[in-house]
Design a protein around this ligand. Structure first.
Ligand code: NDP
Length: 246
């Protein structure tokens, strides 16, 4: 039976590439989308036209109850989740001086609370079955901080602590927990940055002098999900064109 890979935010730039890669490797791919997303049917049929059969469920990953209901439904319909990719995320960039509680809460809830909300209902089952993969998509800006991103940097840095602590707890159960920290990847989240800022401020910081490709991150997700990566846990893997090394 094909392993089930659940990718949150699979209709976004990075998530879509991860869904495609995992499907190409034979996983049964399930994704989530925000309950307010009106383009989910369109996305599913466009994927189907390209030969991909994905399952998609509405889920507000920032909401605990929504996440529990979503996982319960997936388990009922398809079976237990073997690979969880916590990918859904948002930014609400502004300097700390301007940051209000709404912008802070939205980013912490969507990027960090979501990791708890989604991991909680799948982790015990993975441990009981003796196999599982939890892959958290963080960011270079969680490693080094970024101007105008106190909320995002805090949420993404929080993922590293979560990863390391949970990795210890499930290490003997065949479950690995890892974080990937992408640098700037050419998705809609990054293309929302004005081109002049990309050209003058962002690209010059990247030794490879280009944005990353979603497929490059997807390849890393696929490796972490594989049996070959069984001894790799509690890690934070940077994929950023050399922008930040440690
Ligand atoms: P996109 O904005 O393209 O996609 C984000 C996805 O998250 C969307 O599919 C969106 O779904 C989903 N999402 C947002 N809020 C919620 C919510 N409350 N409940 C459920 N789903 C939600 O971003 P990217 O693909 O670029 O980013 C994916 C991840 O990678 C994020 O965590 C981001 O922080 C991280 N990252 C991205 C980098 C980049 O350069 N692009 C660099 C470093 C990290 P919907 O549209 O249905 O709301």
């Amino acid at each position: 039976m094909a392993r089930i890979a659940l990718v949150t935010g699979g209709m976004g730039g990075l998530g879509e590439a991860v869904c495609m890669k995992m499907a190409a490797l034979g996983y049964q791919v399930v994704t989530t989308y925000s309950p307010g997303n009106t383009k989910s049917t369109e996305w599913l049929s466009s994927m189907e036209q390209q030969g991909y059969k994905f399952y998609a469920y509405p889920c507000d990953v920032s909401d605990y109850d929504s996440a529990q209901q979503c996982i319960a439904q997936i388990t009922k319909d398809l079976g237990p989740v073997d690979v969880l990719v916590n990918n859904a995320g948002i930014t609400r960039d502004m300097t700390f001086k301007k940051m209000d509680k709404t912008a802070w809460d939205a980013v912490i809830r969507t990027n960090l609370d979501s990791v708890f909300n989604m991991t909680k209902p799948v982790c015990d089952g993975m441990s009981e079955r003796g196999w599982g993969r939890i892959i958290n998509i963080s960011s270079v800006n969680g490693q080094k901080g970024a101007f105008g991103q106190t909320n995002y940097s805090a949420a993404k840095a929080g993922m590293h602590g979560f990863t390391k602590a949970l990795a210890l707890e499930v290490a003997r159960r065949g479950v690995t927990v890892n974080t990937i920290s992408p640098g700037y990847i050419g998705t809609k989240m990054v293309m929302a940055i004005p081109q002049e800022v990309l050209d003058s401020k962002i690209i010059p910081q990247i030794p490879m002098a280009r944005l990353g490709k979603p497929e490059e991150v997807a390849g890393l997700v696929a490796y972490l999900a594989s049996d070959e990566a069984a001894f790799l846990t509690g890690a934070n893997i940077a994929i950023n064109g050399g922008q930040h090394m440690y």
